[in-house]
Write a protein that binds this ligand. Structure first.
Ligand code: C5P
Length: 290
């Protein structure tokens, strides 16, 4: 049996370079894993097939063969030519449709666990190929470290040690569909509305990194509550930056100290009410001194 932590991620920058012929967008993005995440338990079974269960925050999570973690196992067995039996248990701590990469991270964890349980039947390239087919973020979670992601997101270069600091994550009681966000971005681009917005929203910084997310353009225009939240966060004590996480709906704030982050989380929860999901975390790879 293998138990893995499937971390969340944020994009400290996400720049859209252009639309591709396959309908996807070329990106230049810094993706960083976080200390919070789901737990994925994977166990070999004597009978063939995939048993799947979900506990915790399973709202909106498909619990059938369309789940990305389930599809990861299917693809793994097919590519490795194995008639395998496995039980996958997801303990969901990360909300669905939040821009935190929960589903992609679960899928990457399943691939890593199956590689270990069946003693590495696939080469690195094959595994990377399955990961890219499953989703643009999955190869990043397979690599498991802060990376600059290009292409659809699957071309990775290690970034090194990420900036120090604390994050407060705030997710509203609604999710946002990633394909909708990219479509809305492409429509704004066609209508010449992207350039007009380019200097409108300042996001601040995390250490030496200037925060930027091009997907904010369609999202903050449609979801006014997220725009108001971001502006409110930027005015709070100690906050050096605030940004939409991936394609949303989570917005995160950056603070230099844990105490300030916890105080902000308490104040934000009181303002926003119990239907919002609020967490304090750090980027992975930080030490107590950071
Ligand atoms: O790869 P993933 O399943 O995460 O992508 C979800 C959707 O987001 C795609 O169907 C596509 O519409 C959009 N997308 C994109 N360009 C990317 C990544 C995602 O247009 N680089």
């Amino acid at each position: 049996m293998i138990l893995l932590q499937a971390p969340a991620k944020v994009n400290l920058w996400l720049r859209i370079i252009g639309r591709r012929d396959d309908g996807f967008h070329n990106l230049d993005s810094l993706m960083v894993p976080l200390e919070i995440g789901d737990q994925v338990r994977v166990e070999r079974r004597s009978h063939a097939g995939i048993d799947f269960s979900c506990s915790g925050d399973c709202d909106g999570v498909p619990q059938d063969p369309s789940n990305l973690a389930w599809r990861a196992a299917d693809q793994f067995f097919q590519q490795a030519g194995i008639v395998g039996g496995v039980r996958i248990e997801l303990e969901k701590n990360l909300p669905h449709g939040a821009g935190l990469g929960g589903g992609s991270s679960d899928a990457a964890s399943v691939l890593m666990a199956l590689q270990r349980l069946w003693k590495n039947p696939l080469g690195t390239d094959q595994l990377h190929g399955i990961a890219s087919e499953l989703g643009s973020d999955v190869p990043f979670f397979l690599a498991g470290e802060a990376s600059i992601c290009r292409g659809r997101g699957e071309e990775l270069s290690p970034f090194g040690k990420p900036a120090a600091g604390w994050l407060v994550l705030l997710k509203p009681p609604f999710s946002i569909s990633t394909p909708w966000v990219y479509e809305a971005y492409a429509k704004m681009q066609r209508e010449g509305k992207i350039a007009a917005l380019s200097n409108e929203v300042s996001s601040g910084s995390m250490g030496a990194i200037t925060l930027q997310n091009d997907l904010e353009k369609p999202v903050l225009q449609k979801f006014f509550v997220l725009r108001a939240l971001k502006n409110w966060l930027l005015q709070q004590p100690g906050v050096t930056g605030a940004l939409l996480a991936g394609s949303g709906s989570t917005v995160f704030a950056v603070l230099p100290e844990e105490q300030l982050a916890r105080e902000l989380a308490t104040r934000a929860s009181a303002e926003l009410g119990a239907s919002w999901w609020v967490r304090v975390t750090r980027l992975c790879g930080q030490t107590a001194k950071d």
